[in-house]
Design a protein around this ligand. Structure first.
Ligand SMILES: [Zn+2]
Length: 170
C-alpha cells in the first residue's frame, strides 16, 4: 500500500492492470462545491483506492474515505461536527450510454478527454452525497427547546385534557 499525496486524475485501465492500491489525502480547501454545503473542520480528507478488473472484465475503482465537517443544525441553528463516511464502487464509462450497460452495483464515472478519471471530483461528489438531507444534532446534544419535537415527557401528562376545555366553558 503506497501512502502518498493522491493523483488528481489517473488512467483507470492502466491502474487496474497493475492492481494498484493507494491511500492518501486530498485537501479539503480544494473542494469548493463541498465547502458551499458545509464548513471544513480539518484540512484533509483521507481516502483509499483500489483498482481492479472484475470477472466480467470491467475496470473497477473502489475505495473508502472519511472527513469531518461542520454542519448547521436545522433545529437550533448551531454548528456541529459530523463525520462524512464514503464507500464507493465505480466503473469508468466513455459516455452516458455506457453507464446503462453497467451492472447496478457499480456507479458510472465518465472518462475525461484524456481517458482519465478525476479522483478528487469523485471523492468530492461522494462527500456531498454523504451530507445528511436535514442536518441536525443528536437529540441529546441539540440546543433547541426540547418540547418542540422529542421531549421525553410522558405523553399523557403533556396532553391537555379535552374535558378541561369543557370545564372552562361552564
Ligand atoms: Zn441542534
Amino acid at each position: 500500500m503506497q501512502n502518498l499525496k493522491l493523483p488528481i486524475t489517473i488512467d483507470p485501465y492502466k491502474s487496474a492492470q497493475r492492481r494498484l492500491e493507494c491511500e492518501g489525502v486530498f485537501q479539503l480547501s480544494e473542494m469548493k462545491r463541498l465547502l458551499d454545503a458545509c464548513v471544513s473542520t480539518q484540512e484533509q480528507v483521507e481516502v483509499s483506492f483500489q483498482f481492479d478488473v472484475d470477472e466480467l472484465g470491467l475496470v473497477v475503482i473502489s475505495g473508502k474515505g472519511s472527513a469531518s465537517v461542520g454542519l448547521t443544525c436545522q433545529r437550533c441553528n448551531d454548528e456541529f461536527v459530523h463525520e462524512l463516511e464514503i464507500d464507493f464502487q465505480f466503473s469508468p464509462v466513455k459516455n452516458a450510454e455506457g453507464a446503462d450497460d453497467l451492472p447496478s452495483y457499480y456507479d458510472a464515472i465518465e472518462l475525461d478527454e484524456n481517458g482519465e478519471v478525476n479522483l478528487r471530483e469523485l471523492v468530492e461528489d461522494e462527500l456531498i452525497l454523504a451530507i445528511p438531507l436535514i442536518p441536525r444534532h443528536e437529540p441529546e446534544d441539540c440546543n433547541a427547546e426540547s418540547d418542540t419535537t422529542w421531549g421525553e415527557l410522558p405523553e399523557e401528562l403533556d396532553k391537555p385534557n379535552p374535558f378541561d376545555v369543557l370545564k372552562q366553558l361552564k
